[in-house]
Design a protein around this ligand. Sequence first.
Ligand SMILES: Nc1ncnc2c1ncn2[C@@H]1O[C@H](COP(=O)(O)OP(=O)(O)OP(=O)(O)O)[C@@H](O)[C@H]1O
Length: 600
Amino acid sequence: MSADPVIARRPGSSLATLRRIAPYLAPVRRPVAGAVGATLCAQLCGLTIPLVVQRIIDGPFTSGDHRRLPWLISLVAVLGAAEAGLFYARRKLIARPTALVESRMRADLLTHLLRMPVDFHDRWQTGQLLSRAVNDLVTLRKYLAFAALFLVVNTVTLVVGLAVLFTIAPALALVGLCSAAPLLLVSYLYETRYKVVARRAQDQGGDLTTIAEETMLGMRLLKSFGRARVRTRLFREQARCLRDTELHIVRIMAALSTALLVLPELGIAGQLAVGTAGIIHGGLTLGDLVAAIAISTYLRWPTECIGWALSETSTAAAACDRYWELRDSPPSVTDPPHPRTGPLPARGHLRFENVHFRYPGAERPVLRGVDLEVRPGETMALVGATGSGKTTLTALVPRLTDVTSGRVTVDGVDVRDLPLADLRARLGCAFEDAMLSSAGIRENVALGIPGAGEAEIREALRIAAAEEFTDALRPDGLDTRIGEQGLSLSGGQRQRLALARAVLGRPALLVLDDPLSALDLHTEAEVEKALRGVLSDATALVVAHRPNTARMADRVAVLADGRITAVGTHDELLANCPRYRALMAAPEPWEAGGEEAMPR
Ligand SMILES: Nc1ncnc2c1ncn2[C@@H]1O[C@H](COP(=O)(O)OP(=O)(O)OP(=O)(O)O)[C@@H](O)[C@H]1O
């Protein structure tokens, strides 16, 4: 999915968006409040120093009585040391709670993504998901630890500083206020522009991650089709878009910082002019002027920081908005509110009853009233033309997605009424795409039963005719890492591991999507032989493209036009169903290419 539909969404106000993380902040409010308190105290210490300087100038310095001087100078040193110590405390106090917020939000996002149906993942680019789960949450953590904290503290410091200025020299305070007021307007205007561009940069970053990720994963394909140059061009193009947006951000920030620098400087110049006039005409002491200028100079950083923190607020709000876009998509595959327990022991009795299914946004439904029963202990092959909906139908059983209407039952209970853990304990699945992780063989096979013992894993590998090649793996046998997505293995080896994973624990019901598709003839025969053993004491729905697989089944169902149009044994259908005959008659590649093309 491109990021564009997301950009098109109108983001709400930054504050409203950021308020949504309040539940994550609530458990860590104490250390966060401690950090805010420490920072505020540090700033107030800094702000008090000019007042002590005023006392030095107007006291011992003017009167010539130097007895209090050492005390006052020591007080400045103490205030300075306290300021430094309190800033150190801020860092210590804020690091842990913000890291906790980040990790909890990330864990909740992952849990949420795991509850989303497969068509959600088909629609979203992985790069977009990754950049939201990683980059956006890092942005949020940094914002909370620094910008948000200083936004609060510096606003208080500014208000206190101006109040002190008013007590020392109201005229100078007014001049300072006149130079600070336009800053708020400038900051607001820039914040509005910055928000849009910051969001664009984050989305483009996500798109760039997607291209990088697809390039890494599809490296073999790109090289073999000579597409490396085209891919590089695409990557450069996307990187250029991101760079342009980043430069746009720099331009906005440069203009904002210039305004933030110039206006306070003009304010200080104005204070000097008014202050010196005040000293000449009486009503203002030298100490007052020095203190006022020192306070105004001290307040420059909080003022600049507020402008910067406001722009960071926009970036953080955009990151937050992107995060909640994912969290707000309602998870459809969840545990039922009133779960039912399936009968034990599980028998794997599977029924599709008037099942309809339409992908979100698709014009036509893929399934339009599927009725099919797979009796306990029976192996049912599912046959149909490419794109007829076989994979979609099998995905409804483990609830990778849910029916649009109708129902799927396992052992007489609607799969949506079974707790997900119970449903998945009754099932073993293997898909066309073997989907392995970069872990070892053991971890990959035991994915569904993490506590499976060595003997069980070896038995599953034996059934899937995978024991021989897994034993030969070096250096660590079953614990040898198999590369990202198992790419260090052949297609057939990956498929056999996926089969082993499905049969581990001998589930009552097996759902296998074309389990023999990537195997050569010799291995296919081996796996087929082993599979017959498993299928003899389980119920199974097996998507079949080849006659060999269909022949293994007790009965075969033909899926066409979104319905089951025929059910019977392989031989019956060959005799009576022209569509089945046509599907099974599709020549194997070597048949089409004559003897020359036959594998040797
Ligand atoms: N996430 C999706 N969003 C929209 N349409 C989809 C999605 N996934 C699959 N489809 C469409 O649904 C239809 C059925 O797809 P499905 O993969 O179930 O077919 P199939 O019979 O398993 O095909 P094959 O034999 O080639 O594996 C196809 O037209 C496909 O384009």
